[in-house]
Design a binder for this molecule. Structure first.
Ligand code: SP5
Ligand code: ZN
Length: 394
């Protein structure tokens, strides 16, 4: 199995985060990726490949342009204001100002006048910490995911027998929405590849592909193309991260061409979303399934039973996805320092998750793109990822 990875993803390295009323060492550390990469390097069934560069085009199919400009320049602006170089963090959050009574554009204009205004407007917790190379790592992470989507498309077009691929992404993405950074996430990699697979023909992908190389000024001036696909491919997103992927859900909430399914600890971060009552809106009604699970009582068997049930549920099967995107968080493991289901203790459960993704009625025979999300038991991450992917290797 091919694994797309870039060293640039390691460059985002904040010191601390504020959670649960305490300052703690930043849990979403580069060591996570190093650990998975070491595991991959020791196992010859995996082949590590470099990303290519597809420009900002595919990112802008998901995220607002003003938000992407914010990601690119906030750190420099923060430092230019004389603020501490080791951490650019929000100080207020815009939600109270956004009850809809003030014209949102007026709020945005005011927010844009200062670095703290922008942080308040575009971020919503204190895990979203910008350091010097946050944008560089975020851009790399997105290009890793997009490159994986292109390679997967190539495998589909050439009818290659191996139709699954692993995007070793960091920072993760599923808490980020059109104009929101949250929960260690800045760009929603799973959403970006979903739109890329839908909007770009294989020819568009080939045309957009350039050698990867991060150059901030060049990215600012970049010209980018957009996709020209006319048939709307159907994408099933299976989110097995411990946390509810509120960003991904939000992005596709109105959309019947993307089916979002999430199993997650509940109630837990992000604290406001993830209930089973969230089923979509408008055209998207019925294309969003949340399976909230009690982290104290969920066992290996209960977890697998829920996963099996939803992946064989009639509406998900009838959707007839063209491609499956798995938001692969590994933070369901019982030892996870910030998450984890108490009863998820058996490594075989992760192998069975992979089998269900391979053989369930909704996924069977379909290409699968794995996108790395959370998971914080640093020394276990390789085993956990390797277990999920094992049945898909051959
Ligand atoms: C991608 C991803 O997994 N993001 C998760 C962000 C979670 N951040 C909040 C964590 C709250 C942790 N509560 C601490 C409980 C420690 N026992
Ligand atoms: Zn998570």
């Amino acid at each position: 199995m091919q694994v797309v990875y870039s060293d640039d993803e390691l460059l985002h390295n904040p010191l601390n985060e504020m959670t649960g009323g305490e300052w703690k060492p930043y849990v979403e550390s580069p060591k996570r990726l190093v650990s998975i990469k070491n595991f991959i390097d020791r196992h010859p069934e995996f082949e590590v490949v470099d990303p290519n560069d597809y420009s900002l085009g595919p990112i802008l199919d998901v995220h607002r342009q003003d938000y992407v400009c914010f990601l690119q320049s906030i750190y420099e602006e923060w430092v230019a204001e004389g603020k501490p170089a080791e951490a650019c963090l929000g100080e207020t959050f815009s939600l109270p100002a956004m009850t809809g009574k003030i014209d949102p554009e007026v709020v945005r204009k005011t927010a844009n006048k200062s670095a703290s205004g922008k942080m308040g407007y575009y971020t919503c917790d204190l895990s979203v910490c910008f350091v010097k190379n946050t944008w560089r790592a975020t851009y790399a992470s997105a290009q890793v995911a997009i490159s994986a989507a292109h390679r997967l498309t190539e495998a589909i077009v050439t009818k290659d027998k191996s139709q699954s691929i692993y995007a070793l992404c960091r920072p993760p993405g599923h808490h980020s929405s059109h104009q929101m950074a949250a929960g260690y996430c800045f760009v929603n990699n799973a959403a970006v590849v979903t739109r890329f697979l839908q909007n770009y023909t294989f020819e568009d992908m080939n045309k957009a592909k350039k050698p990867y190389g991060f150059d901030l000024e060049a990215i600012r001036k970049q010209e980018f193309s957009t996709g020209t696909a006319t048939e709307n491919k159907k994408i099933l997103i299976v989110d097995i991260d411990y946390h509810h992927g509120n960003g991904t859900q939000d992005i596709f909430y109105d959309d019947s061409s993307v089916f979002y399914v999430s199993l997650h600890g509940f109630p837990d971060y992000p604290y406001f979303t993830g209930s089973a009552e969230e089923t979509g809106r408008g055209e998207g009604i019925g294309y969003n399934i949340n399976i909230p699970l009690d982290p104290k009582t969920t066992t290996d068997a209960i977890y697998l039973d829920n996963l099996e049930r939803v992946l064989n549920q009639q509406s998900v099967v009838d959707f007839e996805a063209d491609v499956v995107v798995v938001s692969m968080g590994l933070d369901t493991w019982h030892e996870d320092p910030i998450a984890g289901m108490k009863g998820l203790v058996d490594m075989n459960t992760y192998r069975k998750m992979g089998s269900l993704i391979k053989t369930s009625a909704s996924c069977n025979g379909r290409p699968v793109l794995f996108v790395q999300e959370g998971g914080y038991t640093i020394e276990k991450l390789g085993d956990l990822a390797g277990s999920v992917l094992q049945v898909l290797l051959f």
